[in-house]
Design a protein around this ligand. Sequence first.
Ligand code: C2G
Length: 128
Amino acid sequence: MKKVITYGTYDLFHWGHLRLLERAKELGDYLIVGLSTDEFNSLKNKNSVDSYEKRKQVLETLDLVDEIIPEENWEQKIEDVKTHQVDIFVMGDDWEGKFDYLNEYCEVIYLSRTEGISTTQIKKEMFD
Ligand code: C2G
């Protein structure tokens, strides 16, 4: 079984998120999402509209996603890859190069971001 992992906040789930997860799942048989906790979001200077629990519930409705683990810090990825015996690490290419250190432990693939949609843009439209 080929295991894929990706990480993110996945706030106000949208088409861009879905396309990323679809393409990530196509690379293997089992997809793990490291979902940023509310505490880690503040470390990322990213305040999500929805709580971790709500964001997790949305991802749990997707057959695409086989497992969700909390992303609590920047340092856990190597341990996660080892513990979960991950074969492929995937991120959107807004992170291109940032996680190349994981090449020692698994394949690292950056997928193109979906243009024209972002949580930031949705928040602006919701709250402006
Ligand atoms: N994404 C995308 N297209 C968009 C928006 C997001 O492909 N229009 C991708 C991002 O590249 C990322 C994933 O969807 O791979 C989740 O996006 P975010 O929730 O914004 O993730 P981020 O806050 O960048 O967290 O340790 C890594 C971080 O947790 C990544």
